[in-house]
Ligand binder design. Sequence first.
Ligand code: SF4
Ligand code: SF4
Length: 450
Amino acid sequence: MRHYFHGGIHPADGTDKLLSNQVPIRMYTPKSVEISMKQSPNSVCEAIVKVKDKVSRGDLIGKSVSFGSANIHASISGTVNDIKTIRDDWGRDIEIIVIEADDKEADTKRASNDYEQGLVDISSYTVETIISKMVEGGIIGMGGAGFPTHVKYETEEDIQYVLINAAECEPYLTCDHVLMKEYGYSIINGILLFIKAASAKKAILCFEDNKQDVAKDFEYIILKNDLPIEIRVLPTRYPQGGERQLVEAVMGMEVPAGKLPASIGVIINNVATAKALSDIVLGNEPLITRVVTVTGKVKEPCNYLVPIGTRFSELIDLSGDFKAKTSRVIDGGPMTGHCIQIGGTKEDLMLSVTKTTSGLLVLEDFTKVESPCIRCGECERVCPAGLAPFKIDYAAIENDIVLCEKLYATECISCGCCSYVCPAKRELAYRITEAKTEVFRQRQERSSKS
Ligand code: SF4
Ligand code: SF4
């Protein structure tokens, strides 16, 4: 069986991950949270609470109003003391619900559940029950674009395999690795629920070979209990965790352009989403927490288990503040993350943790100067989607969206490999991602008119 995919790169030597994966997850509950009604790039929810309402941990506070969004719940108990509005990149007004914790919240010590300590009997859960709990619990993919998980399981396709993405190929980020070290049984119970929800034959749990420690622990539990889960260890290569790249590396099959993996009988979820499913179905707790890596140029890199809505400024503070004089802060990892601040202090960070926040990476600021393309072809060689990035980039600069579409800009997975290797330091991934968004926007506009 082949274990590789087209293109890709080795962007780091592994020492970047050692910064944060050697210390246990720290739990932190802030005194107030700011919960955005936009929890993933293309989703919007509507607030269903008012200022001064009392809410308990797990109460529904935002209802899904568009395809691609999922319910949002209070991540701490307390009082809604403000509802602010901000404008997103698409010109949409997004509500932010501010909850002040009540006195009890900060002291709450949560007991460990049985599904976190061992395997539990899931035979009483039907496919319908699991899927309806996915909807109620507001679960979305926690390793990527944040697509609602239930939509993948409501497919008419015949699903054979559930691929569980434990690759965590993005440099610096270790939130999935530490989650697997500490919440192994939650993840395995969640995988068994995924298999049942998909009526699949088995799951394939896919690690990169830089996580042999957890792969061995999982293998021991799986073999001892004869579970329908196969372990696959893949060479460390970015972007191994991309859905299409994982299917290609593990199954030796390509997902046809414009189609979903379900079209070839596969559903993909990541390990954090498996843990969230256990919490929802077995622990009756909606998706209200997540593990976030805070790393790079901070004094104490670490992973934190925090309520959704925890302010980024508090996470930087917990990690001992910036180490460099001028810092660049990235929401996510260095390849797919977004730069949210250059310079300034931790107090200037205005955003908060969402369900898709995998990490906060602090780098020393540097100014990138682009130069003209020298036609070296490196970007084309590494593109895992098989595109010609320099051509799409040229079309994007010319604002020729029709040509961008013809050059398959919509197949770009925004992995950043092209920008990483470009000797001319061209911002290829950024411009191609913008062009892709514009192609989709124009398609939507055309279909609403017809
Ligand atoms: S064009 Fe898109 S998919 Fe291809 S390397 Fe660049 S960012 Fe990745
Ligand atoms: S890597 Fe950069 S310089 Fe080389 S072809 Fe692509 S855009 Fe041009």
